[in-house]
Design a protein around this ligand. Sequence first.
Ligand code: NAI
Ligand code: OAA
Length: 268
Amino acid sequence: MLHVSMIGCGAIGIGVMELLKSDPEVTFDVVIVPEAHMEAARPVVFSLAPHARVANRLEELGQRPDLLIECAGHKAIEEHIIPALKRGIPCMVVSIGALSERGLVERLEEAAREGKTQVQLLSGAIGAIDALSAARIGGLDSVVYTGRKPPAAWKDTPADGLFDLDNLKTATVIFEGTAREAARLYPKNANVAATLSLAGLGLDHTQVRLLADPAVTENVHHVEAKGEFGGFELTMRGKPLAANPKTSALTVFSVVRALGNRAHALSI
Ligand SMILES: NC(=O)C1=CN([C@@H]2O[C@H](COP(=O)(O)OP(=O)(O)OC[C@H]3O[C@@H](n4cnc5c(N)ncnc54)[C@H](O)[C@@H]3O)[C@@H](O)[C@H]2O)C=CC1
Ligand SMILES: O=C([O-])CC(=O)C(=O)O
């Protein structure tokens, strides 16, 4: 039985608990949310994982889970993941865009080394991370990522205000630049850009274009990679979660897969 503590109880966290509620080999003991969200999270957590406690910090419970999984947002890396790694708790992260902050990748690695443990960066809404990170070993020449989402997915981002999102008639480029800048400006929409960078050419050498497109209903991720291995092109059309149109359903499935791979006898 894998004893899991989870950070976040939003669209991803709830989706993950729903899918794993009848898995006898995974159990959620603690769900961590900010103080202001604890009251709202309690009934949701109780309905999906009746034995789990809702807390503000892992340390205050004296709890030592087998695994800590982050499904919360960029700030959670600094607040929860780094201290847990230092205590030797293995961690998984979905808010990969947080690692666009200079020095944070190195601090994450240092914390894991200090705790003699490991942090796994999950693939989330994108595929082919295995191929890209293997291709990097032979040498990559270029990785270009285009993220295309319906205008509503760009609400409450820097694009909202720069563009009249409610009245866009054609696909509009809202950002063009490096993955580091994309992840910094769009923390809830450019985690994929950061994931591809960390697997591939790095945050400063991965070219990113982000579009608001009234003609699409899905979150469309396109990757083109070239290198010593040859090349690949990937298009993913991710269905957004009803609870959060910025997030693709595959992100939830990617977390469930990763937890299953740790808990079950066979890993794939
Ligand atoms: N790697 C990937 O492909 C993807 C990654 N993401 C990341 O996942 C994050 C979560 O996504 P959703 O569940 O859709 O968001 P959401 O907004 O529905 O839920 C976020 C949850 O985390 C909690 N939370 C926020 N900050 C926290 C903190 N500092 N400490 C503890 N809890 C905190 C909130 O109370 C809420 O329960 C996003 O912010 C994004 O960075 C999202 C989509 C794809
Ligand atoms: O869920 C998605 O489609 C991707 C996403 O939000 C991100 O890259 O942050």
